[in-house]
Design a protein around this ligand. Structure first.
Ligand code: GLC
Length: 566
């Protein structure tokens, strides 16, 4: 296995709460996942990424960890974990863990110790500051609404939480914190895991001055508080911390690992540094540019997606990381609404074609594609009609604050229906039975009513399903070097509905054409004739005309052509 084995890999993300429930408590668990490994192996994915399964009060569904070296009882035990890992490895796949070390839960013993008094040995493991003018030490607003500082009565000081009140930020300036995290990572690698997806890892380094103070952030329109992103996404020590982590955890270890840093607000210029193999930081990053194009001042301020902007953004990242570094490719994860509802069309007559089109476009880019559970079925957004159906802390906090600010309830609900993270978190749709085969109990979040029409059992039986299309795309990555290694060239950047590009590797060239609209369109390719006689490698609609580069594309049609150039 070469050092960069992950270039030809496809990663599948599992959100354990919503994947498969083995014991009828309505919450997915590790034995549930173990029982569904054949679905993943047959799909052909190489790596599984597990969202957090550690003990946690579940304030943010496990992204608030109270013990890094055990399993949340709702999900199972360490023995269940070992069984799962053996099942994954036995099928030739790898497994990476979610590493959430920007913050812990407030129930983690480190924080319990830290908050117990000014002279606690763990006091400096978190960000404690005295009040400023009787209020919070900086103007920062938490990602989940409200101030990012919480007053703790025990000592009269505030602690920092960039996310919820129950997710206090760890102080990475303190070497003991870093050593404790590296020791924990080595413990998981010793157990056999194959790497980590690192949660908001670019936020680890805070812009602290020599006198210990932290600066205010700019106040954005539509916000009551200041923005910390420009400050903490350029933390002065972030590269040093990641290089140290690499040295302390991975460098001396034999093995083929994968590290991916989730980095909200990361720029292309920074990503080049983070993913330059010579710098030994992370293998690839999750960047957010393309999933923020359909919003205004906040994520709840929903704008229609614009294909030109999407192509501009993804194309720039393709060019920027062409020679150094590597892209992660995703439309979906547990924080994003469902791609088919967002960038495709979930209307019954277009859903299947548009889900396949989105998959085709993404998987033919240069980088490592990520499939989020249910994406391979073309699962759609929820149709929740009332706030009582929502579970996500970000959505519930936003709802409360928006109503307090006087926004009409219907408007707030409409934005939630489009953008809430719960869109991604409804249970995996395994079959048409009650609760979609996810649980025999009552699911912790309602199952999408469309599971009778959209489910894995039906799609395995239908060779034309979205699922089989994903399978074909994954197989293509494994067999066609141009998909992995080829140069990327964006075509027709100004076309408002056609997404077109080529991939070239040696003598082989692939052409991808995709129509992001309901009706027919002709792609005005300058050299369409040169593709006469090219082989149709993959399509998403039947009966593709023989002049596939110049014939009009039907609504949501995607074609991949292959030719050999001499
Ligand atoms: C990341 C996770 C998200 C979580 C947040 C805080 O963005 O993907 O689900 O809420 O970090 O841990």
């Amino acid at each position: 296995m070469t050092e960069q084995w992950w270039r030809s890999a496809v990663v599948y993300q599992i959100y354990p709460r919503s994947f498969a429930d083995s014991d009828g408590d309505g919450i997915g668990d590790l034995p549930g996942i173990a029982g569904r490994l054949d679905h993943l192996a047959e799909l052909g994915v190489d790596v599984l990424w597990l969202s957090p399964v550690y003990p946690s009060p579940q304030d943010d569904n496990g992204y608030d960890i109270s013990d890094y070296q055990d399993i949340e009882p709702v999900f199972g035990t360490l023995a269940d974990f070992d069984d799962l890992l053996a099942g994954v490895h036995g099928r030739g796949m790898k497994l990476i863990m979610d590493l959430v070390v920007n913050h812990t839960s407030d129930a983690h013993p480190w924080f319990v110790g830290s908050r117990s008094g000014l002279d606690s040995p763990e006091r400096d493991w978190y960000w404690w500051r005295p009040p400023r003018d009787g209020g919070p030490p900086t103007n920062w607003e938490s990602v989940f609404s409200g101030p990012a500082w919480e007053l703790d009565e025990t000592t009269g000081e505030y602690y920092l939480h960039l996310f919820s009140r129950r997710q206090p930020d760890l102080n990475w300036e303190n070497p003991q914190v870093r050593e404790a995290v590296y020791a924990m990572m080595r413990w998981w690698l010793d157990r056999g895991v194959d790497g980590f997806r690192m949660d908001v890892v670019n936020l680890l380094s805070k812009p602290v001055a020599a006198d210990g103070s932290l600066p205010d952030g700019p106040v954005r329109p539509g916000h009551r508080f200041g923005d910390f992103w420009p400050l903490v996404t350029r933390g002065p020590r972030i590269h040093e911390f990641l290089q140290e982590m690499h040295r302390e955890v991975f460098a001396a270890r034999p093995g083929a690992f994968l590290t991916v840093g989730e980095m909200p607000g990361v720029t292309l210029e920074q990503a080049l540094l983070f993913t330059d193999p010579a710098r030994r930081e992370v293998d690839m990053v999750f960047q957010f540019e393309h999933v923020q194009l359909d919003q205004g001042a906040t994520k709840w301020d929903v704008r229609p997606p614009d294909l030109r902007a999407l192509k501009g953004s993804l194309g720039r990242w393709q060019d920027g990381l062409a020679d150094t570094g590597w892209n992660s490719l995703y439309w979906n994860n547990h924080d994003q609404p469902r791609a088919v509802s967002r960038f495709g069309s979930d209307a019954p007559e277009h859903r299947v074609a548009s889900a396949k089109l989105l998959a085709t476009v993404l998987h033919l880019h240069r980088g490592t594609p990520y499939v989020y559970q249910g994406e391979e079925l073309g699962m759609t957004n929820t149709t929740f009609g009332r706030i009582a159906d929502f579970r996500d802390i970000e959505s519930l906090n936003h709802h409360r604050h928006a109503l307090e600010a006087g926004q009409p309830a219907e408007e707030v609900l409409a934005a939630l229906r489009t953008k809430s993270r719960d869109n991604a978190r409804t249970p995996m749709q395994w079959d048409a039975s009650r609760h979609a085969g996810f649980t025999t109990g009552t699911p912790w979040i309602p199952v999408n009513a469309n599971h009778a029409d959209i489910n894995a059992a039906d799609q395995w039986a239908d060779p034309d399903s979205v699922l089989h299309h994903y399978r074909a795309l994954i197989a293509l990555r494994h067999t066609e070097p141009a998909v992995v290694h080829g140069d990327f060239t964006m075509l027709l950047p100004d076309d408002p509905v056609v997404y077109a590009f080529t991939r070239r590797h040696g003598e082989v060239e692939l052409l991808v054409l995709a129509n992001f609209s309901d009706g027919p369109v002709t792609a005005a390719l300058p050299d369409a004739a040169a593709w006469d006689g090219a082989e149709l490698q993959l399509g998403n609609l039947p009966d593709v005309p023989s002049e596939a580069a110049s014939a009009p594309l039907r609504g949501w049609e995607a074609r991949v052509l292959r030719r050999t150039r001499t």
